[in-house]
Design a protein around this ligand. Structure first.
Ligand code: ZN
Ligand code: ZN
Length: 368
């Protein structure tokens, strides 16, 4: 049995997203079916659609910041019930057997296909796995730019009632991607934290760091972001390239998180770290230019990376946001405007998240 579904997908790296009718399987015993209310527009969606990482399978239907209601459950499902408001982030399954999976780090799964991505999954094609086996049985998953999705219950998050449903969506990627490293490297009250970039990830990182009690400095190339950064709670904003400011801030940060989704220099930030402190880049899934290792050696500094976060951390960041009354700044759009939103995210470096209201898609289904 299958469910008729509708979404927006791209057929090539150079074409726009357009409606695609497709089918989802009915939920298996351990799966739930979710009717999607909202889906965030992540910068990764654009990279994936445009094949910037060279691994895109077409048609590509993005969307990994999904919020909706459970409408059906398999017979063995115990964690979720019909009517629950739930979320789905970047992963919908993993091997569950490798050491990272057993340790609750399924986002670093070392199984055949790595974790199963919500869209454009599996991460590795069967031809690239050790034994050529595609353990997940899917050649290309379709994401949340659609009316409905079917997901293993263990990979479904509970959305607290205190967070507006549309604002909860970006927490599932932007929120956990910035929260996980802050937790891992122990950001705490009173710490001096630097956030590089004030886009979808950066603005969420500032809110989370401020809620953790840190003193936050934002680094941006854009003068227009000084006032918004302060409004989010940053105590200082440095315009990148301001040599005097960088000199004044040498050896003063406990942790610096870069959210810049493109190639960028890390050297200027390394010198700002205190002894034993860490610079972590989460935005750029690419090569970064070289750095002076002497700067790491002299103060035992660490250069690090971090990928999204575990399912447990995703639930933690949702609960943390509810508890602290914070949520991403969102602009809700109909799905018919998604191509224009992609262009604006690419060109204008917007400092909030676009979130698609899937009621606009239901309208299209009714008219079809
Ligand atoms: Zn994302
Ligand atoms: Zn695994």
């Amino acid at each position: 049995m299958t469910i008729k579904a509708l979404g927006y997908a791209a057929n090539h790296s150079f074409t726009k997203l357009k409606p695609l009718a497709f089918e989802r399987a009915e939920p298996a015993a351990d799966e739930v079916r979710i009717d999607i209310l909202y889906c965030g527009v992540c910068h990764s969606d654009i990279h994936q659609v445009e094949n910037d990482w060279g691994n895109t399978v077409y048609p590509c239907m993005p969307g990994h910041e999904i919020v909706g209601h459970v409408v059906a459950t398999g017979e063995r499902v115990t964690r979720h019930a019909v009517g629950d408001l739930v979320g789905v982030g970047c992963m919908i399954d993993s091997c569950r057997q490798c050491e990272p999976c057993r340790a609750g780090d399924e986002h670093h799964c070392e199984g055949h296909n790595s974790w199963l991505a919500t869209y454009n999954g599996p991460m590795k094609a069967a031809s690239q796995t050790d034994d050529g086996v595609n353990t997940y049985g899917a050649d290309n998953t379709y994401g949340g730019y659609s009316n409905t999705v079917v997901v293993k219950e263990d990979f479904v998050l509970k959305v607290p009632a205190a967070i507006p449903a549309e604002a909860a969506a970006p927490i599932l990627c932007a929120g956990v991607t910035t929260f996980s490293p802050m937790r891992h490297w122990g950001v705490k009250a009173g710490d001096a934290v630097g956030i590089v970039g004030l886009g979808g990830l950066g603005h969420m990182a500032v809110k989370l760091a401020v809620a953790l009690g840190a003193r936050v400095t934002v680094f941006t190339t854009d003068e227009d972001k000084v006032a918004p950064a302060k409004a989010l709670g940053a105590s200082r904003v440095v315009i990148e390239g301001d040599k005097q400011a960088y000199k004044d801030l040498e050896l003063s940060f406990d942790f610096i998180l870069s959210t810049v989704p493109e190639k960028h220099k890390v050297d200027p930030f390394i010198t700002l770290l205190k002894r034993n402190a860490t610079f972590c880049a989460v935005g750029a899934l690419t090569e970064l230019p070289g750095y002076n290792n002497q700067e790491l050696i002299m103060h035992r500094r660490t250069l690090a990376g971090s990928l999204i976060g575990s399912i447990k951390e995703t639930q933690e960041v949702l609960d943390f946001c509810a508890e602290h009354g914070i949520a991403p700044d969102v602009e809700v759009i109909p799905i018919q405007e998604v191509n224009a939103a992609f262009t604006r995210v690419k060109n204008e470096n917007v400092r909030f998240r676009y979130v698609i209201d899937m009621a606009s898609l239901k309208q299209e289904m009714a008219e079809a």
